[in-house]
Ligand binder design. Structure first.
Ligand code: J2J
Length: 530
């Protein structure tokens, strides 16, 4: 990746992270080789498509890397990976790390609007998709990308490939590949986002490996850990807390196709799952399901809840219902994450969202003029540290706003710090909606809606919701005939917007309340509509 595409840590910070032993200086491809030598036959991945030992995974990653190399994919190429929870996703990730091709990790729910942007913006040469997932034929979308994106040359399909190449057939005898630089980006994650177009998060081998290790330590993972992933594996949270932390500890990663208790509970019983992560809405479903299920959940040691704030009343029900320890977690694709520790007392685990995982995480809580607030008071969280990025991919203008001049990431989250260092989430200053853990940038949705012929102006806000935390409300000043919610939803679907971004509610208005500076006051809109 070229020097203008991403922002490395200043040398004095990089040196300190190396000297303190946080950055291991080992690229991921090599880590897997090392794990396979050490652990051989131990089970690494269990998924609907395969059950692989560490040695199997290592072999498959090698053969896949060689097959992709034969197809013409090279170090420095960008590729877009949009795969659900399959073992092949894990092998592909390591194959790409070995090749030095940079994956953009898209969510299975993304559609034409997002995928096209990722492909064009990164000049991707390949797209990896499932055949049909949750009723959507990804091969049709891939055909559009191949026809419409000039850089795109290959489509690989997990499952029935149609006219494309089956991922399962990408297989060749391993070839020598040049060593990778662990200080360079290994993958591009998606930011939750606040802007008109999504932002990409470049994570290096060094920083991302370290975050996996730090999470494994915070969660007390060891070789007996069996971690179940029910959310999409493509989320930073599941990738770090699931994949990286579990592999770091030598445990087993179990990938489930869904968080539905009917699917997940028999897997917990069958695989003797010890740990899993979920958003609060799924926790509620699971708690309710324990009343009628007789699946054996006794192997669970800990469930981790995060992504959006867990209500303390729901938090209290978790341990009695699921029979295991509750841990809360917070984090962001940009890096910083926090988890509760085994030694944290119950009140801390019920009322805070976690403790940063690294001793070298630096947190500031500031007011609107960037001054530190008095200890214990709420303000915006700024973060810097060994696994928090210093800039988004190819976004110099946005970076100037999203990072302080001394390299702190402005999270847009309003928090308060307890004397123990635990973080309590209080709200948000960023223009984003958190719908059950799915993040929606209001501006992105507003841009789409402004293109609708019956929309003169629009403001998208999150309204409080008991189960999801927030729901999406589009406030519209109409032009001509008044649009209905279905009209707007159909329009967004037609434009290829991911289903999780579709508004739940429409409010028609004649004008918007304004702030003193003449901007739309979303705070007043939310207060008026809640
Ligand atoms: C309130 N808001 C939270 C929480 C994240 C671990 C856990 C989650 C993510 C994640 C992650 C929250 N309570 N417990 O990457 O490693 C909101 C904040 C944050 C944004 C980031 C991880 N946990 N949030 O959710 O990149 O607003 O990462 O800035 O998807 O989610 O979203 P995302």
């Amino acid at each position: 990746m070229s020097g203008t595409d991403w922002t490395p840590w200043p040398e004095e910070f990089a040196e300190r992270y190396r000297k303190e032993g946080l950055w291991a200086g080992r690229p991921f491809g090599e880590s897997l080789t090392h794990w396979a030598e050490e652990r051989g036959a131990r089970t690494a991945v269990v998924a609907p498509d395969h059950r692989w030992s560490y040695a199997d995974l290592d072999r498959r990653a090698d053969r896949l890397a060689a097959g992709l190399h034969r197809a013409g994919i090279r170090a420095g190429d960008h590729v877009v990976v949009q795969l659900p929870n399959l073992a092949e996703f894990v092998a592909l990730l390591f194959a790409l790390f070995r090749l030095g091709a940079l994956p953009v990790i898209a969510l299975p729910a993304h559609r034409r609007s997002e995928i096209r942007y990722f492909c064009e913006f990164t000049e991707a040469v390949a797209l990896f998709v499932p055949d049909v997932h949750q009723g959507f034929d990804h091969r049709e979308l891939a055909a559009e990308m191949l026809a419409g994106v000039p850089s795109m040359r290959h489509v690989f399909v997990a499952g029935d490939p149609g006219s494309f190449t089956a991922l399962a057939d990408v297989d060749a005898d391993p070839v020598p590949l040049p060593a990778r630089d662990p200080g360079e980006p290994a993958l591009l994650l998606l930011s939750g986002g606040t802007t008109g177009v999504p932002k990409l998060v470049p994570r290096t081998h060094d920083d991302w490996y370290y975050s996996g290790r730090a999470v494994a330590e915070a969660c007390d993972y060891d070789s007996s850990t069996v971690h179940l992933v029910t959310l999409p594996i493509a989320h930073n949270w599941t990738l770090t807390h699931g994949l990286m932390a579990t592999f770091h500890a030598g445990g087993t990663l179990v990938l489930a196709p869904s968080a539905d208790p009917d699917v997940a509970f028999p897997i917990i019983a069958g695989e003797r799952v010890t740990d899993t992560g979920m958003v609060p809405g799924v926790a509620l479903l699971w708690i309710e399901a324990t009343e009628w299920t007789d699946d054996d959940l006794s192997s669970l040691r800990q469930v981790t809840i995060g992504g959006t704030k867990l209500n303390p009343e729901l938090a209290k029900r978790v341990e009695p219902a699921l029979g295991c320890r509750l841990q809360q977690a917070f984090g962001m694709a940009e890096g910083l994450c926090g988890f509760h520790r085994g030694t944290d007392p119950q009140d801390i685990r019920l009322l805070s969202q976690g403790l940063p995982v690294s001793p070298l995480d630096e947190l500031r809580v500031v007011d609107s003029a960037d001054r530190d607030v008095p200890p214990g008071e709420a303000g915006e969280l700024l973060a810097r540290g060994p696994y928090t990025i210093r800039g988004y991919y190819r976004a110099p203008d946005h970076n100037a706003r999203a990072f302080s001049s001394d390299g702190f990431y402005r999270t847009g989250d309003v928090v308060r710090l307890l004397p123990t260092g635990h973080v309590v989430f209080e709200g948000r200053v960023k223009d984003q909606i958190n719908r059950g853990g799915d993040k929606i940038a209001a501006e992105e949705l507003e841009n789409h809606l402004l293109a609708h012929p019956q929309v003169r102006d629009v403001a998208v806000v999150g309204l409080p919701d008991e189960v999801l935390g927030e729901r999406i409300c589009a406030c519209v000043i109409p032009k001509g005939d008044q649009p209905a919610l279905d009209d707007l939803v159909d329009f967004l679907v037609e434009r290829g917007v991911a289903p999780y971004k579709l508004p739940d509610r429409l409010e028609l208005m004649e004008s918007f309340p304004l702030t003193g500076l003449g901007k739309v006051s979303k705070k007043d809109l939310v207060a008026r509509l809640s």
